[in-house]
Design a protein. Sequence first.
Length: 121
Amino acid sequence: MKVAINRCFGGFGLSEKAFELLLAKKGVPFEKRDSGYSTGSAYYVAGHLGHVDHELSEYQYIQNRSDSDLIAVIEQLGEEANGWAADLAVVDIPEDVKWYIDEYDGIEHVAEIHRTWYGND
């Protein structure tokens, strides 16, 4: 199984080019405009430019870090997939592992889920 992570301080984020490719792979027609902020462009479902209810958030598309389209975008674009303060990578892990992404200040790694017991006070 492949899992996408960020390898530097900052946090997981896609470049505009990567987000647009991901939307295309998902079959989501979109329009974009300059957001007016330093964050770049704002994306909307096609035909709904500027309507807040139809804004497309990168966040909703990067939650599943093992999503095959997300993995394909990162592998296809390499460093061009990196958003601001991101250094994205794909990690291969065994299919049968129960996993989660652990992070410190934006630097992430894939960890295996183990059982934990706590004593009663």
